[in-house]
Design a protein. Structure first.
Lengths: 874, 115
């Protein structure tokens, strides 16, 4: 009967815990007792008893086997003498392996270093990207939170119109970035990046504050008291006093009451933001300047929102009259918040993580090949042990222990590597505002160790297979016949093929990104970004004071030693941001609803950035408020609105400014993104404007031979002394802005190039090792053949041919797999197809050259065989 | 290679004492499962065989028990018996226990507990 057999699992557990000499006896007794209980109490009770016995015995049995090892006690009435518990054999093997490894420091070092490199890299990249790729966001039920489409930003008017009745959403909040100047007693003015949002924000995000309260309805109405919520980080910086609640901070000259502190680890929308403040109403209801974020009802799916979104666009369309450029129905969709925040970085980070994992695999293959070499070198010893009664399990156990010892060393090395390279790597990765958020902690150590052990188990699999293939008896007999060995080494060959294929994967990824980045750099931004420094500032006060400050500041910068010229603008090129207004052109009536890019500049700005003047003049200090209003247009503007006519002297204006006369035409520059096509832009004089935008970017051109980076600190000091109430937001160079504009592909490319160099080196070492071992195993055979008249070159050709075949095979495999996976990189590619033949050919050629060279070196050595020496070797 | 084969001068622990007495009570049936069964029968308390075997083994290492292999059931069994040293230890333990109990009278407490 099925029920009468005792359950197997508890018996197996007991068997595992018992020493071999006791196992059979005890299990027989247990079975007997189980049968007795089965007859007496029924199957369920008997089964329960057996489980209780197995689990309850575990501590005592473990203690027993430990005690036996420790005391060495063995009863005279043992089932078979000698027996010995399993633990003993592990201890003996560990001692033996440690002795063996101590005798081969070169092998251990090479294996541990190779593995450690892979382990360190992988655990460091994992540690850095974990927060972005795998950890949950600091918003409960993040799947319910989505960001509204940003084809054009949202205006307050739109938000207020639909507020409280967004179809499909429980709560929707409007927010935008602000920079607030914090004035503290006897401290310089600080600029704090913050978010100003409607009162729903924290309901949407769903996070409870650590102290105090978050926003509530009524915080964002006219006349409400200004309040702020602090981030944990900012609270710590301000003294970490819980009494901060109900105190006030002076922001932008106004007193703001602190109502709450968010918990540690909370951020929105990125970790640089230190405070949140309610968005005051009616500040400028028609400007499209904010983002909408919403939460759907619990259990609802964000992806099933097509219908509510369509409903929303219909509602908006009924109420507002959109120009075609700003039509809210275009690209209308809600993006899950994770994708909105990390979507741009994810492919780059995944590519880096994957490349690191590939390096680890290559390292594993290398160490496995090394280990096979060791096993082969020990064939005689292993065969003798086998003949004397050692079983395969025991021999495998030895290999596993050896690999574990190597894993400990490799894990330690890798962790040390990951720890020291963590920050360096974090800076090299395209993390945006998340740079510097992750710090090395104990998880790096834990990950490193886990990866090291997993890798070493993977490594030991290969030599174990080769051991279990059962070539041992043959090996023993060949040892007797003087080491003439026939075939074999297929496993090693497979390893080389795998290694080369993996290296091709990395190299072709790097080549693809390299081609893409080269194409991006080949694009002409229309500017001369070299030796241009940038200082972003927030100007206090009303417009007149702002305009005056701007003049003082550009003057102060231009007066600095080493500065050739200086200027200011509200939106720098290449940043992706734009500022557009309506357009009116003299003599054109068809321009209703046309918006064009619009820049307010100071004299000297266009020269400082190196705009090429095509006709007329640029903005000069003589263009003042009381003179004729002037405008400089770019080539695209001239071609679009003044085809076949001379634009100079014509009138151009719009809603934002009175008509101005065109005094000059400059060449197109990448005013938005590097990859965007040239768009019409007009540049107007700040001195003639009735308003200014914040923040302002001050730019300065360094003299030839002067590093703009070195000037930035001087510039910051000059700004601070000329206007102490101006807050400096950031200092950078235009070259850096350009580099950022090239995007994450640039940073990933540098890393991937480094990694493919590493992969090539590791691959070459692998090919070399395996081919050298192949040649060494056939030394006697070659010696015999040479003695019988084979020319030495024959040996060279044979060895080299074997190496070349493996390398070519690996490359073919690698290219095939790479072609299948290249699509994953396509979000990072610009004007390069994922299946770019040049990139693949380049990667294959590099591998071929390195691989063939690595095979040639041992082949050449195989040619210099002296049979007289080799055949006399024992 | 054994390091601990000296007779332990310390008195037996309660569980060790139960095991030793059970070995005496079971006689020829003094193998692991038999001992376990006997103690369970008398004390009406379930024991795990792990604890029983480990203790038997340790008592043999202390030289208080000795084992021989005898045919029984489906396999050969390790059957235990008391050594003279074991008998002495058990006797010492009993004497010590009786001395400890000498003159103790707490029937009134017990009576109260029963009520």
């Amino acid at each position: 009967m099925h029920d009468s057999a005792p359950p197997r699992l508890p018996l197996a557990l007991l068997g595992l815990l018992l020493s071999r000499s006791e196992r059979g006896e005890v299990l027989a007794d247990v079975r007997e007792e189980h049968a007795a209980r089965l007859a007496r109490d029924g199957p369920a009770a008997a089964r329960r008893w057996l489980w209780r016995q197995a689990l309850g015995s575990a501590p005592a049995l473990l203690g027993w086997s430990w005690w036996r090892e420790w005391s060495g006690f063995e009863p005279p009435a043992n089932a078979y003498n000698p027996g010995g518990a399993m633990l003993r054999s592990w201890i003996t093997d560990a001692q033996y392996a440690a002795r063996r490894l101590r005798a081969r420091p070169g092998y251990v070092l090479l294996a541990a270093l190779t593995l450690g490199l892979g382990v360190g890299g992988t655990s460091a990249v994992f540690g850095i990207t974990r927060g972005l790729l795998f950890d949950p966001l600091p918003y409960p039920h993040e799947r319910e939170v989505g960001v509204f489409w940003k084809k054009s930003d949202w205006s307050e008017e739109e938000f207020q119109y639909v507020r409280g009745r967004f179809p499909g959403f429980r709560d929707v909040a409007r927010y935008r970035h602000v920079n607030l100047r914090l004035q503290q007693e006897d401290a310089p003015m600080r600029l704090l990046p913050g978010i100003t949002a409607s009162a729903e924000l924290f309901d949407v995000l769903g996070t409870q504050p650590l102290l105090g309260r978050a926003f509530r309805a009524g915080d964002d109405v006219t006349g409400a008291e200004p309040v702020i919520v602090l981030s944990y980080g900012l609270w710590q910086e301000l003294g970490a006093d819980p009494g901060i609640l109900e105190t006030s901070l002076a922001l932008e000259g106004r007193s703001h009451r602190v109502i709450g502190v968010m918990p540690r680890g909370f951020w929105f929308p990125d970790p640089t933001v230190g405070l949140w403040t309610p968005l005051p109403p009616n500040e400028n209801p028609t400007i499209f300047n904010s983002t909408l974020v919403g939460r759907v009802a619990a259990g609802q799916d964000l992806r099933a929102l097509q219908q509510p979104v369509a409903q929303l666009t219909t509602m908006l369309d009924e109420r507002f009259n959109y120009p075609p450029q700003f039509d809210k129905a275009v690209d209308a969709r809600v993006t899950p918040i994770r994708e909105d925040l990390f979507g741009r970085m994810r492919p780059a980070l995944l590519a880096t993580l994957a490349s690191m994992a590939l390096i680890l695999l290559i390292a594993c293959a290398n160490v496995a090949a090394l280990m096979i070499g060791q096993v082969h070198a020990r064939t005689g010893e292993l065969a003798t042990r086998f003949a004397l009664g050692a079983n395969r399990r025991r021999l495998t156990q030895q290999l596993v222990i050896e690999a574990m010892l190597i894993a400990v060393v490799a894990g330690a090395l890798g962790t040390a590597l990951a720890w020291s390279g963590f920050r360096l790597l974090a800076r090299a990765l395209p993390l945006g505002p998340w740079t510097g958020v992750s710090t090395p902690d104990w998880t790096v150590f834990a990950t490193g160790m886990v990866i090291a052990f997993a890798a070493s188990l993977l490594v030991v699999l290969i030599p174990t297979l080769s051991l279990w293939r059962g070539e041992l008896r043959g090996a023993l007999s060949s040892a007797r016949t003087g080491g003439l060995q026939g075939r074999g080494g297929r496993m090693e060959g497979g390893l080389v093929v795998a290694e080369v294929a993996l290296a091709v994967l990395i190299a072709s990824g790097a080549a693809l990104l390299g081609r893409s980045v080269t194409k991006l750099y080949a694009l002409d931004p229309g500017l001369q970004p070299e030796s241009v420094g940038v200082v972003d500032v927030m100007l206090p006060g009303g417009f007149t004071r702002q305009r005056q400050r701007l003049e003082e500041l550009t003057g102060a910068l231009a007066a600095l030693p080493g500065v050739r010229s200086a200027g200011a603008v509200q939106t720098l090129p290449l940043g992706g941001g734009g500022y557009r207004t309506t357009l009116v052109v003299e003599g054109r009536t068809d321009l209703d609803g046309v918006y064009t890019e619009y820049r307010i500049v100071t004299p000297g700005y266009l020269e400082t950035l190196g705009f090429q003047l095509l006709a007329g003049r640029t903005i000069t200090p003589g263009d003042r408020g009381d003179g004729e209003r002037v405008v400089v247009i770019n080539q695209a503007f001239a071609e679009t609105y003044f085809p076949n006519t001379d634009p100079l002297g014509r009138l151009v204006g719009g809603d934002a400014d009175a008509a101005a006369v065109v005094v000059g035409v400059v060449a197109n520059a990448a005013e938005r993104l590097l990859t965007d096509a040239a768009v019409p832009v007009r540049y107007v004089a700040a001195a003639q404007m009735g308003w200014l935008e914040q923040p302002q970017s001050l730019v300065l051109k360094a003299d030839a031979g002067v590093d703009p980076l070195a000037l930035l600190e001087d510039a910051r000091r000059a700004v601070q002394s000329a206007a102490p109430d101006v807050a400096v937001r950031r200092t950078t160079t235009l070259s850096r802005v350009l580099a950022e504009s090239v995007g994450p592909a640039r940073q990933v490319m540098s890393l991937l190039s480094l990694l493919s160099g590493l992969a090539l080196t590791l691959g070459a070492v692998g090919v070399y090792g395996v081919i050298a071992h192949f040649a060494a195993r056939r030394r006697r055979e070659w010696a015999l053949r040479v003695a019988l008249g084979l020319p030495a070159s024959g040996a060279v050709t044979h060895v080299f041919r074997r190496g070349a075949r493996l390398v070519v095979f690996g490359i073919a495999l690698g290219v095939g797999v790479a072609a299948g996976l290249a699509g994953l990189l396509s979000p990072l590619l610009y004007e390069v197809r994922a299946l770019d033949p040049i990139a693949f050919a380049g990667a294959a050629a590099a591998l071929l050259a390195v691989g063939l060279f690595a095979a040639f070196v041992p082949a050449r050595r195989a040619g210099v065989i002296d049979p007289a020496i080799v055949l006399r070797e024992p | 290679v054994s390091r601990t084969r000296t007779v332990d001068a310390a008195p037996l622990g309660a569980f060790e004492e139960q095991i030793m007495v059970a070995v005496l009570r079971t006689g020829d049936e003094a193998y692991g499962m038999g001992v376990r069964r006997e103690i369970e029968r008398v004390t009406a308390r379930e024991l795990t065989i792990g604890a029983v075997y480990a203790t038997l083994d340790r008592l043999e290492a202390k030289g208080l028990l000795a084992s021989t292999r005898r045919a029984g059931g489906s396999a050969t069994r390790r059957v235990f018996s008391l050594t003279p040293a074991g008998a002495r230890a058990l006797e010492d333990t009993r004497v010590m226990r009786e001395r400890l109990w000498d003159g103790i009278d707490f029937r009134s407490l017990l009576a109260r507990a029963r009520r």
